[in-house]
Structure formats: structure tokens, C-alpha cells
Ligand binder design. Structure first.
Ligand code: HSE
Length: 312
């Protein structure tokens, strides 16, 4: 088997929660993301032959690696569990960053193997297997990163258990600024700080903002989007995990963004803008706060990714 054979796929990073949709909203950005190469092999079963960009942190065991796990579960489901396939995993995005790193791997793994087999399953049919990969990584069956990474766009999950997932239209000009400060936050820790209960008052306010955001996105109503991008439940409980969060948010708002909050479980911080110039200016201002705090950070400015996982 030639080393050059096979196919390569990409699955993008994602911003989960989008301020007001904890565990139920997410969107994809163009970069960064994960790449996976797969090819048929003579040896029986799925094997990982190469992992790059992971600094030795990812396992080669097919049942322990997020990318191969989603693919293996899919192969078993279609009766091809013994099919000889080699997989290369190229991590092109940071771990524990709040950018959906494990979700991108899980999506890329199953999407790649499906493509290699001639795409017998649609993306919608692959979603469950990608979520199994995400569940392996963080112990919870949730699709708020997986769905946007697979489908692209902005996705709304009415119910994670049944994967009742819907796409929300992306208004023209909507741009994301995503800033990853190099501080470590484990998703489990960021979930542990959250209270199980909330007041009825906050529930009503958050529901109003969630509805407002969705209607604003459907109607390209940037003023409504701006009024709605305010998380009164999760952000106040998590922001103390991110040094300088309030200052970064203030810098973003002063630069004219529509809203700014924590990306997924953090530590990344995202902002949404109605044009690329504001998104770039905000990114510079936000990054300066971390530079002043002597915290290294990586900046990504991107339109909302519309395609999700692609073969390329
Ligand atoms: N919705 C999740 C959270 C995303 O905020 O904890 C991280 O997996």
C-alpha cells in the first residue's frame, strides 16, 4: 500500500454555548481544526499509525483515542469492525482550550472512515458515532461541539439525548473572534463550579436571551443579537477561572462587538461581530489584555464556518 494513498479530511474547531445556550448551542470557525488521513490496509481492523501535534498526549489504542473510537463504533455498527484501515491523526488545535478539540477529532475520525467506504452514511447518520467519541473524552453524551464541527454553521440542540439537532441560519457578515489564553482549564473542573440550580428570575432572563439570539440570527437582526448575547447563569460562575476575563470582555465591547463570553468550558473567549474589521480590531484589543498580564494567547478571527467536516 502506497504511503500516498488514502484520503484526508478536516473537521473545524467550534465555540459551544454561544453565551446563552449552555450545552445546546454551538458554531464552527474556519481555523483551527483537526486533520485525519485514512487508507485501506492489509492488516485486519482499524489501527492508528501516526499521531502528530499531540505532544505524546494521545493514545494509539483504538478504543481510547477519540478519533478512532467514533470510527470504530461506526465500523462495528455497519458490520465492518474487522475492515483493515490505517488512520493518521494530525492534531492542529490545542487541547483543553474550549475550542472543541476532542469533538473535532471525533468528527474527523468517523467522517474520514465513512468517506473511505464511499460515504454510505449521511452526516446526520454519523452524528451519534461522533458524539460517542466526544463522550469517551469527557464522559458526557453532548453534541454542542460535535454538531457544528460536523455540519458547520450554528447549531441548536433541542435535546442531546435524542440528538434533536437543528441548523440556524448565519447572517451575512457575522464574524467570530476567538482568543485562546494559555491557561489550563479542564472541562470537568469548569463543570464542577456550576450550581445545579438557578433562580426563576435568571431562568426567565436567559430564556429571553436564547430566544432573542435565535430570532436575531434568523432575521439577521444584529441589534437583537447584540441585546441577547448575555449569559446571566454560567459566565458569572465560570469567569473567575479565566484571569483577566472582565478586562478582555470590556476591550471587546469597546471595540464594537455584538457580544463576548466564554467559549465552551474555557479558557478561550469568543466575541461575535457584524463585520470582519470589528472582529479583527476586537481581537487585537482583547489579546493586548493577556499580553499585559504576561499570558500567552492565540487569536483566531474567522467567519462562521458553513461546511463543517470536509474531505480535501
Ligand atoms: N457545553 C460544554 C460546557 C462544552 O460548557 O461545559 C464543553 O464540552
Amino acid at each position: 500500500m502506497s504511503q500516498k494513498s488514502g484520503i484526508k479530511v478536516f473537521a473545524p474547531a467550534t465555540v459551544a454555548n454561544v453565551a446563552v445556550g449552555f450545552d445546546i448551542l454551538g458554531f464552527a470557525i474556519d481555523k483551527p481544526g483537526d486533520e485525519i488521513v485514512v487508507r485501506f490496509a492489509d492488516r485486519k481492523g482499524l489501527t492508528i499509525t501516526e499521531i502528530t501535534g499531540a505532544k505524546g498526549k494521545l493514545p494509539y489504542d483504538v478504543y481510547k483515542n477519540t478519533a478512532s473510537f467514533s470510527a470504530q463504533k461506526f465500523l462495528e455498527h455497519i458490520g465492518e469492525g474487522d475492515r483493515g484501515i490505517e488512520m493518521e491523526v494530525h492534531k492542529k488545535m490545542p487541547f483543553s482550550s474550549g475550542l472543541g478539540s476532542s469533538a473535532a477529532s471525533a468528527v474527523a475520525g468517523v467522517f474520514a472512515v465513512n468517506a473511505l467506504l464511499g460515504s454510505p452514511y449521511t452526516k446526520k447518520e454519523l452524528l451519534h458515532f461522533a458524539v460517542l467519541g466526544e463522550e469517551l473524552a469527557d464522559g458526557a453524551y453532548h453534541a454542542d461541539n460535535v454538531a457544528p464541527s460536523l455540519f458547520g454553521g450554528i447549531t441548536f440542540i433541542r435535546n442531546n439525548r435524542d440528538l434533536d439537532v437543528h441548523r440556524i441560519p448565519v447572517p451575512n457578515g457575522l464574524y467570530a473572534t476567538v482568543l485562546y489564553p494559555h491557561v489550563a482549564i479542564k472541562t470537568a473542573d469548569a463543570r464542577a463550579v456550576l450550581s445545579d440550580t438557578t433562580s426563576l428570575k435568571k431562568h426567565i432572563e436567559q430564556n429571553g436571551n436564547l430566544g432573542g439570539l435565535i430570532i436575531g440570527l434568523f432575521n439577521s437582526d444584529f441589534e437583537l443579537i447584540k441585546r441577547s448575547l448575555s449569559d446571566v447563569i454560567v459566565e458569572p460562575q465560570r469567569k473567575q477561572l479565566i484571569p483577566g476575563f472582565d478586562k478582555v470582555k470590556t476591550a471587546a465591547l469597546q471595540a464594537g462587538v455584538l457580544g463576548c463570553s466564554i467559549s465552551g468550558a474555557g479558557p478561550s473567549i469568543f466575541a461575535l461581530s457584524n463585520n470582519s474589521l470589528i472582529a479583527e480590531n476586537a481581537g487585537e484589543a482583547m489579546q493586548k489584555v493577556f499580553t499585559d498580564l504576561k499570558i500567552e494567547s492565540q487569536l483566531f478571527v474567522s467567519p462562521i464556518n458553513k461546511e463543517g467536516a470536509i474531505r480535501y
